[in-house]
Design a protein around this ligand. Sequence first.
Ligand code: ZN
Ligand code: ZN
Length: 80
Amino acid sequence: MIQQCYYCEQIFESKEKLYDHLNEHSKPKSAQIKDRKKNYPIVCSDCNKDSEVPFQPKKDRPVYCKECLPKHRTSNKQKL
Ligand SMILES: [Zn+2]
Ligand SMILES: [Zn+2]
């Protein structure tokens, strides 16, 4: 039976191989592959939906999901 890693979605032919592979994920973070995009989980300050942003959100500032961000970006802009 085919097994899929739930961390990186790689596919393995047997449970043994999957378990072997899962050990890789339990290694210290520094040993993991770095080229995966790191997203930070957030709760949108506008619609309160769970979302992710590619930057570290600041605690004292509102953070918005992809849908709400454009609204808040343009709201303060002045016309020239
Ligand atoms: Zn994996
Ligand atoms: Zn939102």
